[in-house]
Design a protein around this ligand. Structure first.
Ligand code: B12
Ligand code: SF4
Length: 445
């Protein structure tokens, strides 16, 4: 039997060329699917972000991973294969959060994690009885020590960083968050020994833990960090700012080779935090200053993530986020417009308030463009929100900002590896920010 795994691209740049993500990373979910596939099955992986899909190669099943941003392109690829009578199965965030839509574009979909259903799917394909829907029997990430097939990633030009997942999901309930909706506020984690074995089974010393919140369970995180110390790796991850409240956790984190984290600050207005349910505590904005100071005292680089377009945001308050970021010399910062993802509480609220644009399906709408607001903000127009966020991104990525931020000796200039990380990722992300603006989804109208 032959199985083809596909990671779809997002779309076409405003100039008409296909988007090529120069900062593309390994598609870990496809590596995990391949790792669960018996070796007797011939498995191939195609990454639409960097190579053409060879529709003429014969295959018994096409399995596509779908995020909301890649849904349109995923459906185009699915349609090509279905014309050739090849069965297509879709899985990942988008089919899980919007199964009705995805079902219209495939022979089968998977709702939730693949671990508990993938072997049944393969058996059903072999016997010609693929069901229209498979529901995960609960999250059990890479249970039984599944090793991703990293050999399938070779030669595709991925960044030289190994993606590993320890925990999946998040117990918090931020109303806009696709992860909270997908995981139904459950955080699950793998055996630490399995994670250690996975890291030992590959050659790199630089790891990206793709956990949604590496400190979701602080005691378990401490055990993980203790185990990592012996591996002598450098690593980065994502986590909530409350990590700074636990000095023991911070010390172990540093000792285990952590260089920094993506931290979701989201907003500087406590009213926005409260309304969205994000559990950051900023009763006064200066609380963030203290927390950032603690992170920096451990030499950790901060990849600050902000979301723009909350109900209390005004143009001035958005520009104050830029000033705040420059003052703290963050290593990197993302200023993403708040996106109403299907399946989230935020999406439902905006729908009820009739504030969704693009017929409520921005990810499929031919007029929607990447990094544009897809809803009517409360205190400005959608056009203003789009313009202001792009202007903030431009200023953040200017050469002057780059130099000023590099000169933070507590973090970015602290060590050679920190400086290299700052230099290389800022260059990649800066070019990506400009390139992606106004991209349209899918390859066809
Ligand atoms: C690492 C990561 C990135 C990396 C890139 C990763 C890569 N390989 O290219 C970076 C940081 C660059 C990135 C960028 C972006 N990302 Co991202 N990313 C992630 C993150 C944290 C981990 C992904 C991962 O490897 N997971 C580990 C695998 C094993 O888990 P999994 O994907 O859930 O797969 C399991 C199941 O879903 C299922 N499954 C998945 N696919 C399939 C397919 C089939 C056929 C089957 C049967 C099952 C199945 O089985 C798998 C095993 O159980 C996820 C969050 C998350 N928890 O997954 C966000 C996430 C996927 N990203 C997201 C977003 C929005 C983006 C951006 C658009 C952000 C932006 N505004 O620029 C960009 C897009 C970039 C691009 N060019 O495409 C959103 C997507 C939301 C949605 N509704 O689709 C997520 C969920 C984060 C979030 N906060 O909401 N991302
Ligand atoms: S803390 Fe982060 S990952 Fe968890 S629900 Fe909130 S936004 Fe999502």
């Amino acid at each position: 039997m032959r199985v083809t795994l596909i990671k779809p691209n997002m779309g076409v740049l405003s100039g008409g060329n296909r988007y090529i993500d120069t900062g593309r990373m390994e598609p870990l979910q496809l590596g995990v699917l391949a790792g669960m596939t018996p070796r007797s099955i011939d498995i191939r992986l195609f990454d639409d972000r960097c190579e053409d899909i060879p529709y003429n190669l014969s295959t018994d099943l096409v399995a596509i991973t779908v995020e909301t941003f890649t849904a349109k392109r995923a459906y185009e690829i699915a349609a090509e294969y279905r014309k050739l009578k090849v069965p297509v199965i879709l899985g990942g965030f988008h089919p899980t959060l919007y199964p009705d839509e995805s079902s219209e574009h495939a022979d089968s979909i998977v709702i939730g994690d693949a671990e508990s259903v993938w072997r049944d799917i393969l058996d059903d394909v072999a016997s010609g009885r693929l069901k229209t829907c498979y529901k995960s029997q609960g999250a059990n990430p890479q249970a039984g020590g599944i090793l991703p097939r990293r050999d399938l990633f070779l030669g595709k030009g991925y960044l030289p960083i190994t993606l590993v997942q320890f925990g999946r999901g998040c117990q918090n309930g931020c109303d806009y968050c696709a992860i909270s909706a997908y995981s139904q506020r459950q955080h699950t984690y793998r055996s630490i020994n399995d994670v250690v074995q996975e890291i030992k089974a590959q050659n790199r010393k630089f790891i990206f833990f793709v956990d949604d919140n590496i400190v979701a369970n602080k005691e378990v995180a401490k055990e993980l960090f203790r185990a990592l110390i012996k591996l002598k790796i450098k690593w980065v991850s994502q986590g909530t700012i409350d990590m700074v409240d636990d000095p023991k956790l911070m010390k172990l984190m540093k000792q285990s080779g952590c260089l920094g984290h993506v931290i979701g600050f989201e907003t500087l207005d406590p009213r926005n935090l409260k309304a969205s349910g994000k559990p950051n505590k900023i009763n006064i904005a200066s609380e963030y200053d203290k927390q950032i100071n603690i992170l920096k005292s451990y030499g950790l680089q901060i990849w600050a993530a902000f979301t723009l377009g909350y109900d209390y945001d005004t143009p001035d308050s958005l520009y104050s986020i830029l000033e705040f970021s420059l003052r703290h010399k963050f290593t990197f910062a993302a200023y993403n417009i708040l996106m109403p993802y299907p399946g989230t509480v935020f999406y439902q609220r905006l729908k009820a308030e009739k504030r969704l644009l693009y017929d409520g399906k921005w990810w499929l709408h031919p007029d929607y463009r990447f990094n544009h607001a897809s809803f009517v903000p409360a205190l400005m127009t959608a056009g203003d929100l789009t313009e202001i966020s792009f202007s903030i991104r431009k200023q953040w990525n200017s050469p002057l900002s780059f130099v000023k931020r590099l000169l933070d000796i507590r973090t970015n200039l602290r060590s050679l590896s920190s400086a290299v990380l700052f230099w290389s990722y800022n260059n990649i992300f800066r070019s990506e920010v400009f390139k992606k603006q106004n991209m349209s989804f899918g390859y066809f109208k």
